[in-house]
Ligand binder design. Structure first.
Ligand code: FAD
Length: 286
């Protein structure tokens, strides 16, 4: 099937993109097109206008006051191969290696993945795990939303139809932080059936000062496993403690039965993957 007819404008500034989004009845932003174009072709999306933002200057990766700031148009492949990202946000680098194939990563953008808000996607869960802040531009100016508030349901976010996501700010993790991504998918590089993203920060005595655990594919939005994180804080992590935290993480999930996997299987796998992720994050936090 081919897409239904639509008008097209290539914006040359953020203001122009915002004007086009505001003026049209039913406009959609076009970034890398890796989620939107398949939806258009299957006629699951029928916008009257596509506002192409590929000409905008929104693809920088920079370090500023304890944050790594990535423009919304940063291609997945650019982030994956960035020395700055791999030094300051290695969890993101590892997550991107699970993401689609290189051809998809060459075109797809960070902002597109976050705005698309697939609960099985890697980037929304990484953003939630790392307490990222999302900067949004609309006709009334800039606003910032934390990743934990941004995702409101399957494919749903805090973004209004006439707003643009312009950048993502990740706080840089402290020294002695280890990380791990454990993902189960039907084929390598497919979207996750379940994936767990973990970091563990140790103090000088090897005690867990902070743990972060987020789960994709096990609820309508990425899930932050707060109770599991709290159960690890202040402790030297033993296999028994980690197994308990992994069970708590799985208890925080809210999976649905679907044609890919039953809910119980996803929950069980969340516990298995959480145990592996926390163990590996702890082991690499030196
Ligand atoms: C074969 C294949 C494999 C894939 N594998 C994976 C995978 O393993 N993991 C995964 O997470 N995803 C995967 N995807 C999905 C896709 O790659 C991602 O969702 C992502 O790359 C989309 O980004 P994009 O720039 O292509 O967004 P687009 O397709 O251009 O846009 C997606 C949505 O976001 C909106 N949007 C885009 N940018 C902005 C912005 N700056 N502000 C506001 N709204 C915006 C669009 O209007 C649209 O609704 C796969 C896709 C394909 C085709």
């Amino acid at each position: 099937m081919k897409a239904a007819a639509f008008d097209y404008v290539r914006a040359s500034s953020v203001d122009e993109a915002l004007r086009a989004l505001t003026d049209a009845e039913n406009a959609k932003v076009l970034a890398g097109g890796q989620s939107l174009v398949p939806l258009l072709n299957r006629r699951l999306a029928r916008p009257s206008l596509l506002v192409d933002i590929n000409g905008l200057d929104l693809s920088s990766i920079r370090r500023t006051d304890g944050h790594l700031v990535l423009g919304a148009l940063t291609r997945h492949r650019a982030a994956e191969t960035s020395a700055l990202v791999s030094r300051d946000l290695p969890l993101l680098t590892e997550a991107l290696r699970h993401f689609g194939h290189v051809a998809i990563r060459n075109r797809g953008t960070l902002g597109g993945s976050l705005a698309h808000a697939d609960p099985a996607a890697e980037l929304p869960a990484v953003a939630v795990a790392l307490d990222a802040e999302l900067t949004i531009r609309g006709k009334h100016g800039l606003r910032t939303v934390s990743a934990r508030d941004f995702f409101t349901g399957t494919g749903q976010t805090e973004l209004e139809p006439d707003e643009l996501l312009v950048e993502v700010r990740f706080p840089v993790l402290p020294a002695r932080t280890g990380h791990a991504v454990e993902e189960l998918s039907r084929r390598s590089h497919d979207l996750a059936l379940v994936a767990v993203f973990a970091t563990v920060t140790l103090d000088e005595d090897g005690v867990c000062a902070q743990a972060r655990i987020a789960i994709a594919g096990a609820g309508p939005t990425p899930i932050r496993a707060i109770a599991a994180e709290e159960s690890l804080r202040g402790c030297v992590l033993t296999p028994g403690l980690i197994a308990g935290a992994a069970r708590e993480a799985a208890a925080a999930t809210d999976p649905a039965d679907d044609l890919h996997a039953p809910a119980g299987y996803r929950r069980d796998m969340a516990a298995v993957l959480a145990r592996r992720a926390i163990t590996r994050a702890n082991g690499s936090a030196r």
